[in-house]
Design a protein. Structure first.
Length: 274
């Protein structure tokens, strides 16, 4: 049995098929870990959702900001963006079934020393605390009141964690950290506009994973979301968003030996994301 972690797919279905072929994926014995953002911007989001759902227990996905955005658009909680490519999903006969499946997926997955998350963990969070907090958001998404949560999900404030936070503010900070964060201050204050390369990070901010004495540094965190960061493989950190959507490769890593597998982008959108 092998576990392969895979970077942001974002509707790049053809590339995903090529990648599964390249790793000789065997659903009966292998496991795929997706870092989230299965959908949006790319051309074949519906096919990606159907495929990952069909894999059952042999695929684990954590939710990314684009996956949550799909749920919010479908639920009428937010307007579509001009760059969204979600219409095919929303018009599909199995749309309700797919969205229901998506709502059941995790915000965070922990197995042994590995942590799978879309964006990152706030520096003050241990892995066990992050799991508890992710569980609070998961319960909202899986519950009957999920549509109301989605209407309160958007916003950049509060931009830091506080144990005293309650209600939707609390859930928003957790969601933003797990699905949107790239950089923060040493004190864990998040900034959401920055998407660029590491050397362009604004003063007083660092990548979330570079905060000294980060409480989760004993685990290996596997994440995506930051295509300008590209592939990073360190002892306790694996970044897998290599921007397949923008013309970069789609990347997988086999966790046991850290072998890297990549396939080229087939149909990139205009690379103006920076």
């Amino acid at each position: 049995m092998a576990i392969y972690a895979i970077g942001d797919v974002q509707g790049c279905y053809t590339e995903l098929l090529h990648l599964l072929e390249k790793i000789s994926f065997a659903p009966a014995s292998d496991e795929l870990w997706f870092v989230g953002d299965l959908v949006n911007r790319g051309a074949e989001s519906l096919a990606v959702l159907r495929l990952v759902k069909s894999l059952g227990d042999s695929a684990i996905t954590v939710l990314g900001n684009h996956d949550l955005h799909l749920l919010a658009v479908a639920g009428g909680a937010t307007a579509r963006h001009p760059s969204d490519t979600l219409d095919e999903i929303l018009a599909a006969p199995d749309c309700a079934e797919l969205l229901d499946w998506l709502r059941q997926q995790r915000m965070l997955h922990v197995a042994g020393d590995h942590v799978l998350v879309h964006a990152g963990l706030l520096p003050g969070w241990t892995v066990s605390r992050a799991m508890q907090l992710a569980g609070e958001v998961e319960r909202e998404l899986r519950g009957d009141g999920y549509a109301k949560f989605l209407t309160h999900m958007y916003g950049n404030q509060p931009n830091a964690w506080d144990e005293d936070l309650t209600g939707y503010k609390r859930l928003r900070v957790i969601t933003n950290a797990l699905t949107r964060m790239r950089i923060c201050t040493q004190q864990g204050e998040m900034e959401f506009k920055f998407k660029g390369e590491q050397h362009k990070i604004p003063a007083d901010y660092v990548p979330w994973f570079d905060v000294p004495q980060r409480a989760s540094q004993d685990a290996t965190v596997i994440f995506g979301h930051w295509s300008a960061l590209g592939l990073v493989v360190q002892d306790n950190l694996i970044a897998l968003d290599t921007g397949c959507l923008w013309g970069g490769p789609l990347t997988a890593i086999r966790l046991e030996d850290r072998n890297i597998f990549q396939v080229p982008s087939v149909n990139p959108v205009a690379a103006d994301h920076h």
